[in-house]
Design a binder for this molecule. Structure first.
Ligand SMILES: [Zn+2]
Length: 212
């Protein structure tokens, strides 16, 4: 039987702390300015699709270590909302959070300063099983993936922003969103009706299609 290897659940104290951080974070002009590149402070600006949850919080303030109030708020926003918090609120891979931040920086350098809108973050096994076309061993189940879109730009442009990152990671292109995970470098097309893709890429995708 397949066994999920998620990170340990947070202690209740952490849970309450993160909830408070997310609640009071708010979105200020200063937070938006902080979402542009900085040598030490890394601010991630996220919104959860279909909710009013929005945060712009630092997960690193010294350029070296995790800043837990912000990190916990990000994990809270990316929780599995279909199950109880004790199951759905887990530690998201910091490499995944850094990857999301890098994508946001790539967009900011192009003048796009908007939140990444998360449609799916962590998924419990039961939520993943109920998710259409989801891979059984999806990186979402390990807290290593996010599905997202950004208002005002195409998923193709968001895909390109993900692809432009130097670090490894999996990138999936879908009509409605882009999947980004912190596993090995690979890519795939989830919705096959994507005429914007080059024929050369289309030839590759036959070997690369993985639902995730
Ligand atoms: Zn995904």
């Amino acid at each position: 039987m397949w066994v999920m290897r998620t990170q340990p659940l947070m202690r209740r104290r952490d849970f309450l702390f993160a909830f408070t951080a997310a609640t009071v974070a708010g979105i200020s002009p200063a937070a938006v300015r902080a979402a542009v590149p900085s040598s030490t402070q890394r601010v991630l600006w996220l919104r959860r699709a279909g909710t009013s949850d929005e945060i712009a919080v630092p997960f690193c303030i010294d350029g070296r270590t995790v800043y837990y109030p912000g990190y916990n708020a990000i994990c809270w926003l990316m929780r599995d909302r279909h199950v109880a918090a004790a199951e759905g609120y887990v530690r998201i891979d910091i490499v995944e959070i850094e990857a999301l931040w890098e994508v946001q920086q790539a967009l900011a350098l192009q003048g796009v300063r908007r939140p990444l809108i998360i449609t799916s973050g962590f998924r419990s096994v039961q939520t993943n099983l109920a998710t259409e076309n989801a891979a059984r061993n999806s990186m979402h189940c390990y807290g290593k993936a996010a599905d997202m879109y950004v208002d005002g730009i195409s998923t193709r442009d968001l895909f390109d922003a993900c692809w432009s990152r130097a670090v490894s990671g999996g990138i999936g292109y879908y009509d409605s969103h882009v999947h980004l995970d912190s596993a090995s470098r690979r890519w795939w097309v989830g919705d096959l009706a994507v005429p914007v893709f080059d024929p050369a890429l289309a030839n590759i995708r036959g070997d690369s299609v993985v639902n995730a």
